[in-house]
Ligand binder design. Structure first.
Ligand code: FES
Length: 112
């Protein structure tokens, strides 16, 4: 029986993301203690250049955008250790969500 693929955090190292600090993100992650079974690796362009630095977590297919160095610790602790992705950095092209304004308890009276 084969092993399941390890979880991997892919950090884009293509030009646009590098201009936005992805090399420092990769270095910080490589210097961090990651949970067992988790790896970090450089990737080529993830096709999300306008919202970089971009990252992708496999095999769970979580896509992040506009990552900063401040996101490293919560990314490791909240997502990789505890399974709760950083909602404020999810790439909306892959993780679409919206919220509705509060609705009235009963519909307003309509004019006759
Ligand atoms: S350069 Fe990073 S997603 Fe394209």
């Amino acid at each position: 029986m084969s092993q399941p693929p390890p979880r991997c955090l892919w950090i884009c190292q293509a030009e646009t993301c590098q201009l936005r600090g992805s090399a420092a993100l990769l270095a910080a992650l490589q210097a961090s203690a990651l949970p067992d079974g988790t790896a970090v690796a450089a990737s080529g362009c993830l096709g999300q250049c306008s919202t970089g630095p971009s990252a992708r977590v496999t095999p769970d297919e979580t896509w992040y955008c506009r990552l900063t160095l401040d996101d490293i610790t919560p990314l490791i602790e909240n997502h990789l250790r505890d399974g709760h992705p950083l909602t404020h950095r999810l790439n909306p092209r892959f993780h679409f969500s919206f919220s509705m304004p509060p609705q009235p308890a009963s519909p307003p009276d309509l004019p006759a």
